[in-house]
Design a protein around this ligand. Structure first.
Ligand code: MEV
Length: 442
C-alpha cells in the first residue's frame, strides 16, 4: 500500500496522531492503540513530563532498570543502576563486581576533564596574517564577548580553558578552526559549549570585517561554516583498573589460575590487534557503560561515538582495555574518554535519573566518569572470563530463557520446570521448544 505524506503531524493532538497512524499504517486495527495506551502513565504530570522530553510522543518505551550490587570502587561500595534490555549484562556485571570485591575492588584515576569544540571557517588569506590577528586581537575579544555566557560556569570553577587557531588548509583548501577547550565542571556542558562557540563565530565574523590587515577580497572569502562541540574528547578521560596475584585468580570452571591469566591476556591482545574482535570486545564494554549512562540520564550516543573514535585513534580500531601478567600479577585496565554530567539535562527532571544519582551517592561528574569506566571494565572482565572458560552461551542463554518462554506464553509453573530442567545444561532455543511441546502434550 502506498502511504500519503502528512502536513502538520506535530500539531495534531496525541489522540489524533494515533488515529492517523492506525488508519494510515495499521489497517484501522484499533488493538494497536491498546499497546500504546498500556504504557501511558496514570500520573498525568509524570506523563506530560515524558511527553515533553521529545517531540511527537505517543507513548513511553520501557527499558528494564536493574541493579548490579557489590561494586567496590575506590574504597566505596556501590550498587550500580543499569538500564538495559539485553539479558545477562546486569548478571555479568554483578558477578564481576563480586569477583573483585575481596581483591581490593576497582581503582580509578581521572586523567583529565577537558572538553572541546570548534568554530569551523573558510578564509582565503595568508596563514601568518591570520595567526597574528588571532594572537594579538581576536583571542582577547573572543574571551571578552563570551563573558556573560561563561560567568556562571566560571563561578562554579569552570569555563573556557584555551582557544587555539588551527590551520587545516593542508587537508581542505582555506579551512581553519578555532579549537576551544572547556571545563564544564559537573555538567556535560553541550549547551554551554555550543553557546560559547556560536558567540565565537559571531565575534570572529565581526572582527574579520573590521580588520585592516585583510584586503576586501580576503574579507569577501570569509565564511563561518559551523560552530559545534566535539563529541570526541580524548582529553576527558578516566582510567579504571583491577589487579591481583595470578594465584588468586580462581575461576569456578576448574581452569588453572595460570591458564586463566594466560588465556585472558591472549583474549585482550587479540582485541588489541584484530579490529573484528575489537569491535565486539568494545561493544561488550559499552554494554556496561551505556546501561549506567542511560540510567543516569546521560547521552549514550555521545559516549559511544567518543569511545569508538578513541579506540581508532592510532589509525587502527583496537581494544579499549589492556592486560598484563608480569611478575605474578594480573593487571587489567581501561582508559575511557567520556563526557557526562550530573547537573542539567534530564538529571533534575527524570525521576529515575534522580533515583540513580541518589543511589550512587550524588556523585560529581568526575566520580560518575569513574563509575562508568568501572562498569565497562567489569562487563569486559565478565565477558572475557566466560569466553575463555565456559563460552558465552551458557550464561547468556540462561538469562535469555525467560525471553524465549515469554514468547510462548509460558506459565509460572512451566518456567519453574525449565529452571530445573536447564540447571546442568546449556539452554538452546530448539531445546526449549521441544521440551515445552513435550510438557504441554503430557
Ligand atoms: C554481547 O552483548 C557482548 C559480548 O559479545 C562481548 C564480547 O564478546 O566480549 C559477549
Amino acid at each position: 500500500m502506498n502511504h500519503r505524506p502528512i502536513e502538520g503531524f506535530s500539531k495534531l493532538s496525541k489522540q489524533k496522531k494515533i488515529d492517523w497512524l492506525i488508519s494510515e499504517y495499521l489497517s484501522n486495527d484499533r488493538s494497536y492503540e491498546q499497546i500504546l495506551q498500556q504504557y501511558w502513565n496514570n500520573d498525568a504530570a509524570l506523563q506530560k513530563m515524558h511527553d515533553e522530553f521529545s517531540e511527537n510522543t505517543i507513548s513511553n518505551f520501557y527499558m528494564p532498570y536493574g541493579i548490579a550490587p557489590n561494586f567496590l570502587i575506590d574504597g566505596k561500595l556501590l550498587a550500580l543502576p543499569m538500564a538495559i534490555e539485553e539479558s545477562s549484562v546486569v548478571a555479568a556485571a554483578s558477578k564481576a563486581a563480586k569477583f573483585w570485591i575481596d581483591k581490593g575492588g576497582f581503582k580509578t584515576t581521572i586523567i583529565n576533564t577537558e572538553k572541546l569544540g570548534h568554530t569551523h571557517f573558510i578564509f582565503k588569506t595568508e596563514a601568518h596574517k591570520l595567526l597574528h590577528f588571532f594572537n594579538f586581537k581576536l583571542k582577547k575579544k573572543l574571551l571578552r564577548t563570551t563573558e556573560d555566557i561563561t560567568k556562571n560556569m566560571r563561578n562554579r570553577g569552570g569555563g573556557i580553558l584555551d582557544i587555539k587557531l588551527i590551520d587545516k588548509t593542508a587537508e581542505l583548501e582555506d579551512y581553519y578552526q578555532l579549537k576551544a577547550s572547556f571545563d564544564t565542571v559537573d555538567s556535560m556542558g553541550a549547551n554551554f559549549i555550543n553557546s560559547c562557540l556560536e558567540q565565537f563565530g559571531k565575534t570572529l565574523k565581526e572582527e574579520v570585517a573590521k580588520e585592516e590587515s585583510f584586503s576586501q577580497e580576503e574579507k569577501d572569502s570569509f565564511q563561518i561554516v559551523m560552530n559545534i562541540l566535539s563529541n570526541y574528547t580524548p582529553e576527558c578521560i578516566v582510567r579504571a583498573e583491577v589487579s591481583c596475584k595470578i594465584e588468586d585468580l580462581k575461576d569456578e570452571s576448574g581452569i588453572s589460575n595460570e591458564e586463566f591469566a594466560w588465556k585472558f591476556k591472549q583474549a585482550v591482545t587479540i582485541a588489541e590487534i584484530e579490529p573484528y574482535r575489537a569491535t565486539t570486545h568494545n561493544k561488550g564494554i559499552m554494554n556496561g557503560v551505556d546501561a549506567v549512562v542511560i540510567a543516569t540520564g546521560n547521552d549514550f550516543r555521545a559516549t559511544e561515538a567518543c569511545a569508538h573514535a578513541y579506540a581508532a585513534r592510532n589509525g587502527k580500531y583496537s581494544s579499549l582495555t589492556h592486560c598484563t601478567t608480569d611478575n605474578g600479577i594480573f593487571r587489567f585496565w581501561i582508559d575511557l574518554p567520556i563526557s557526562v554530567g550530573v547537573v542539567g539535562g534530564l538529571t533534575n527532571l527524570h525521576p529515575l535519573v534522580k533515583f540513580s544519582l541518589a543511589l550512587l551517592g550524588k556523585p560529581s561528574a568526575q566520580e560518575l566518569m569513574s563509575i562508568l569506566a568501572v562498569s565497562g571494565l567489569a562487563q569486559n572482565f565478565g565477558a572475557l572470563r566466560s569466553l575463555v572458560t565456559t563460552g558465552i552461551q551458557k550464561g547468556h542463554m540462561k538469562m535469555h530463557l525467560f525471553n524465549i518462554l515469554n514468547q510462548f506464553g509460558a506459565t509460572e509453573e512451566e518456567k519453574q520446570h525449565f529452571v530445573t530442567y536447564f540447571k546442568d545444561k546449556t539452554v538452546s532455543h530448539h531445546e526449549v521448544i521441544s521440551e515445552l511441546e513435550k510438557l504441554r502434550n503430557k
